[in-house]
Design a protein around this ligand. Structure first.
Ligand code: CA
Ligand code: CA
Length: 408
């Protein structure tokens, strides 16, 4: 089973090793979820065999080294912009201050992170889906704006037609109901619906044979239902929406059936559920397209956010342009000073070095305020004065650092 967590492999390997220890395996199966979350299970690590502990130490060393490689790669890509707080937050599932041995604290952290992250995992997927739908709708409306009246009318008609076509599908069975499972039994398993037997059904679809339905095994049961609504060859059927529907179905069944909340459906939990009224006479199932994925308020916030992003980008572009103009102006000024100086050297006699020199500031430190229109005029006025009468022992006006120019 892939939890989808970024430390999924590490999590599974740790569990595999711990399951090899008989004492720990017994504790794992006899401790309830609340106690596991409270850290009771982690303490049992002290009673695990030396051999398993050594293997866990090695696993942790590998994981820490993997994390270091990841951080290094991230730094190479993002330069100095790495958000270290956010990075550390990602690595809360082990104690990286001690990279050498796997301790009770490591197991405790791993259990807490995994339960917490898994609880939020579906939530994050729903959020991502919401954003996906809002982007899709936003882009559609932007596209409509770019069309002329006739084109827009055509496009809107087509949109409504596709929507109608998508909503037109055979009746979807309530997920986790007898009717739904019977259809799988008949069509996927090729068995006679008259012989439907919950226990046999469970054994047939517990693909890895561990005695539980995990999330993937449950989700696989809904494929038949989803095929009624979604066909990848149809323009009107969005496969991203299909996966969201699958997630909704699995969450619904898990909520109803997984009574001890360990994210697994045991045979016992399953058999109890098949005796309930909801299993035998379920309500109809409201499919995804019957409800908008987001509220108008959420859409408004989303569009505000998009507009803000666009504004920030154009502000950045205009700042860059200003900086470029300023650099060009300074370059011109330097060039004209050079020419002036050369002329003075040719015409003059012994020329003392000017005391004040113009030092352009490094990039990003230019004072924009020196870009005032009076500047050019000053140069112009000075150029009118015959060179040999100019007092070169005094720093010239344009030689002074910005902000120190004497007002004429
Ligand atoms: Ca299983
Ligand atoms: Ca359970």
């Amino acid at each position: 089973m892939d939890t989808g967590l970024h430390y999924d492999r590490y999590l599974r390997e740790v569990i595999d090793f711990l399951e090899k220890d008989q004492h720990f395996r017994e504790k794992l199966h006899n401790t309830d979820m609340e106690d596991i979350k409270m850290g009771k299970l982690a303490k049992e690590l002290d009673f695990v065999s030396h051999h398993v502990r050594t293997q866990l130490d090695e696993l942790k060393r590998q994981e820490v080294s993997r994390l270091r490689t990841l951080i290094k790669a991230k730094q190479d890509i993002e330069g100095g912009n790495v958000d270290h707080q956010a990075l550390l937050k990602q690595f809360e599932y082990l104690n990286h201050m001690n990279p050498h041995t796997f301790e009770v604290e490591d197991l405790d952290r791993l259990i807490k992170s995994a339960t917490n992250d898994l609880e939020n995992y579906d939530k994050e997927r729903h959020e991502e889906f919401k954003k996906y739908e809002m982007t899709k709708d936003h882009e559609r409306r932007e596209h409509l704006k770019s069309l002329d009246d006739e084109g827009r009318k055509k496009e809107e008609e087509h949109y409504e037609e596709m929507k109608k076509k998508h909503a037109d599908h055979p009746k979807v069975n309530h997920p986790g109901s007898q009717n739904q499972f019977k259809e799988v039994w008949e069509e996927a398993d090729g068995l006679d619906p008259e012989d439907f037997d919950p226990k046999t059904f469970f054994k047939l679809h517990d693909s890895n044979g561990d005695g539980f339905f995990d999330e993937q095994e449950l989700e696989a049961l809904f494929t038949k239902e989803l095929e009624k609504i979604y066909d990848p060859t149809n323009e009107e059927d969005d496969m991203v929406e299909m996966e969201e529907e699958r997630l909704r179905m699995r969450e619904h069944v898990m909520n109803e059936v997984d009574t001890n909340k360990d994210r697994l459906v045991s045979l016992e939990e399953f058999l109890i559920a098949t005796k309930k009224k909801e299993f035998l006479e379920p309500d109809s199932w409201e499919t995804l397209e019957q409800n908008q994925a987001y509220t108008d308020e959420e859409m408004r916030e989303f569009e505000e956010h998009l507009a803000q992003q666009e504004e920030d980008l154009s502000q950045k572009a205009s700042d860059l342009q200003k900086q470029r103009d300023e650099l060009e102006r300074q370059q011109e000024q330097l060039n004209s000073q050079k020419v002036e100086l050369q002329q003075v050297q040719i015409e003059g006699n012994a020329i003392p070095e000017p005391q004040g020199e113009y030092h352009p500031l490094p990039l990003g430190h230019q004072d924009m305020s020196q870009n005032h229109p009076g500047m050019k005029q000053d140069n112009h006025l000075q150029n009118q004065i015959p060179h040999n009468t100019q007092d070169l022992s005094q720093p010239r006006l344009q030689d002074l650092p910005p902000g120190h120019q004497a007002v004429p």
